[in-house]
Design a protein around this ligand. Sequence first.
Ligand SMILES: C[S@@+](CC[C@H](N)C(=O)[O-])C[C@H]1O[C@@H](n2cnc3c(N)ncnc32)[C@H](O)[C@@H]1O
Length: 275
Amino acid sequence: MELRNSDFIKLANIIKAKYGLNLTEKKYLVESRLTNYVLDCGFDDFGEYFETVYADHTGIEMTNIISRLTTNYTYFMRESEHFRHFTEVFLPDAEKRISDGDLRIWSAGCSYGNEPYNFAMCLYEYFGSRIDSWDSRILATDISFNALRMAKQGIFTEQALQELPDDWERKYFNRHVNGTYQVKDEIRSNVVFKYHNLMEPISFKKKFDLIVCRNVMIYFDEPTKEDLVDRFYDATEPGGYLYIGHAEAAPKNMRYEFIQPAILRKPMKEDGSDE
Ligand SMILES: C[S@@+](CC[C@H](N)C(=O)[O-])C[C@H]1O[C@@H](n2cnc3c(N)ncnc32)[C@H](O)[C@@H]1O
């Protein structure tokens, strides 16, 4: 089934405005990922299908499209330097700074959950039996309902666990009879999965000590990325961190302080000092 240029341009513009994703060079990807779905929905023409999508004011059909067009590639221990920093720098520092036990971490663009689960496992490793004196639930958000559904289940193949330290399979997963591994309940209940579109205002009640947004902004153009990093800054506690992907350049005029590649920090004081 052929996707006409005019239909493609209209869809690409809507998706860019609503979700920040730049599909301009990806006509073939859109065509290949949507063809079977559109046929299954009973349409034999993209144009006709899109008209029903645009007429659907509930927005549900658009979320079905977006679940098919997002790239959800992720894996455990991805960019492992972040996990080292988290355990050796972030957590010891947070423990000193935070007196009420309320640690706030957000995995923004969490895909299938490998990322937030991986940080949750690091929390358990670090705190050990002290974990109960912390409210360390991780907020994990995405725009793909399909990815969120799978993330909530927390079921992974044996191969997916390979990069994790050897004893983590035993500590943090239950093996099912069919050979898959499910993240144990205590870790799963420490991660709260929610739909959130990063193009929309960040209106969570409290600020975050750590925002992890890795390999999401690569799909955004420069102004969209600058605006998002600016809003992340406002949603970060003084002294808190933002982890971004190593392939993503931080915006030039950002207010975060550069700590090391892919690790940014909000100074303790607005004048940029740490005193
Ligand atoms: C390549 S995955 C990265 C997953 C994980 N952060 C990692 O580094 O392994 C990018 C994720 O960002 C999500 N995403 C893309 N645009 C988004 C938006 N506007 N709001 C929220 N999530 C978005 C996608 O659905 C996808 O799951």
